[in-house]
Design a protein around this ligand. Structure first.
Ligand code: ZN
Length: 240
């Protein structure tokens, strides 16, 4: 199997995992930067993640133009991916999700902050990007590269950005890292919501704790264990 075939296989597994773990439903998507052309990324054609197979994966330029099988319908919101890769050389995988658990934190003043150790990649406080601030009334979809670039500015140097009334986008140094971040952002939102319902002062992770966890190698075996587990749950055999 070539390096590209292996990455496409992992991208298919990532689609299935994120669908099975409730991060993606009929909508939402996950991409990976091309291994030998950093100015391209790999992303499925417009298809629900649970159904994505190797033959659905297309190559795009960072501006969002399909470079393979140009007659297939792409995702409207592919510009999220290209704009993040354009602005962040350290990022090699991107997820865009509409997970309902996360949505409340994009529409109220209460910030989404990590309260669970596994969710520390979201950073101390997740920024909220509002498409209306620069583009006025829209259908809320990131459907142009300019909108994608504005979202990427909202992400800044972090790994997760909430999108007001829409969802969130996550960036990772590896595909496995962004899958893990996305699964645990959703879990953290549920735990934080439960804590807020209980009332009283919430104990968030400290910045020191977050920094220590972020320094863990994104390619460490810790990521492989979760990847293997989630792959099996999604009915896929993890690649070696
Ligand atoms: Zn969306």
């Amino acid at each position: 199997m070539s390096e590209l075939d292996g990455i496409i296989r992992d991208l298919v597994i990532a689609n299935r995992i994120l669908a099975h773990e409730g991060v993606l439903d009929a909508y939402g998507h996950v991409s990976v930067r091309h291994p030998s052309h950093p100015d391209r990324y790999l992303l499925s054609r417009s298809r629900s993640p649970e159904l994505v197979g190797p033959h659905d994966i297309l190559e795009f330029s960072l501006e969002g133009d399909a470079l393979t099988r140009k007659h297939d319908t792409p995702y409207t919101e592919r510009h999220i991916h290209g704009a993040v890769y354009e602005s962040r050389a350290d990022i090699h995988a991107v997820v865009h999700s509409h997970a309902p658990d996360v949505l409340p934190f994009g529409i109220v003043k209460t910030p989404l902050r990590p309260v669970v150790h596994v969710a520390s990649a979201m950073g101390g406080k997740v920024p909220v990007w509002d498409i209306r601030e620069r583009f006025g009334d829209t259908d809320l979809l990131v459907s142009t590269i300019e909108q994608g670039r504005d979202l990427a500015r909202g992400l800044g140097e972090g790994y997760v950005v909430l999108m007001r009334g829409h969802g969130f986008s996550a960036a990772g140094r590896t595909l496995r890292e962004v899958v893990k971040t996305s699964v645990y952002v959703r879990l953290n939102a549920r735990v934080l919501m439960d804590a807020l319902r209980l009332g009283g002062e919430v104990q968030y992770l400290s910045q020191g704790e977050i920094d220590i966890r972020l320094a863990l190698d994104a390619k460490s075996a810790r990521f492989d264990r979760a990847w293997e587990y989630w792959s099996a749950r999604a009915g896929m055999r993890a690649s070696e």
